[in-house]
Design a protein around this ligand. Sequence first.
Ligand code: AMP
Length: 262
Amino acid sequence: MRLILLGPPGAGKGTQAQRLTTRYKIVQLSTGDMLRAAVAAGTPVGLRAKSIMEKGELVPDDVVVAIVAERIDQPDARRGFVLDGFPRTVPQAEALDRLLADRGLKLDAVIELKVDEGILLDRIERRVAEMLSRGEKIRADDNPEVLKGRLAAYRAQTAPLTDYYSRKGLLEAVDGMASIDEVTAAINRLLRSRKRPKRTAKRPSSGPPKSKPRERARLRSRKGKAPKRGKSASRRGATGSKRAPQPAKKRAGNRRNRGRRS
Ligand code: AMP
């Protein structure tokens, strides 16, 4: 399962991402967390990102794309991941497409948490109070002034991603104003319903059963000809078919059975 959570700061992406990791045994990839770790460790990336993050602006695309590229190649991300806070710009989304295509991977869904901006300030203030009560360090960008900048960055640079993913048929929207449990339930429901059509597509409920390409080619070449034996069996062998040649009668019977089964 490979997912993206989209939504403005304070929409609840981190909380929902954590729940998804437990449910689907995937990892949460939060570029915000990775950048904060880099800042704390004083790495070159951290030094470059620190002042940008403190202002609530976006770290350059090449920096975040590089850290995501490195992260998705780690063994724990093989089962899948939920991206939280990435991509945040269209060029980042395009870079992610390339990263995934190079690895033969695909996204399953992009989930947008829709919230009224008016409540975000309240939520962030609550988050700060909760962190303080747990004795945790407050994020430098979790304050009303910086939040305005982060929201502006979201509106200008990240919100266009909803169109980007909608055009690809990947976007799903969830009411992020509902309770945490309700949002989780809505996400689980939509992920289940996205999976369903794929399963039914393999076994159409009506219409004649579809033959496989190799069988179709064989039937086309047979059209109007009497059933062949001997020579044709050796020709079948040349196509690499592992099935032993069968008498013509038995083959016809098999075809009939296949028709009835579907
Ligand atoms: P977050 O924890 O996702 O709210 O991110 C905190 C800050 O990290 C953001 O305000 C940005 O400065 C920076 N950041 C996180 N993810 C990205 C990203 N994908 N692109 C650019 N900057 C990012």
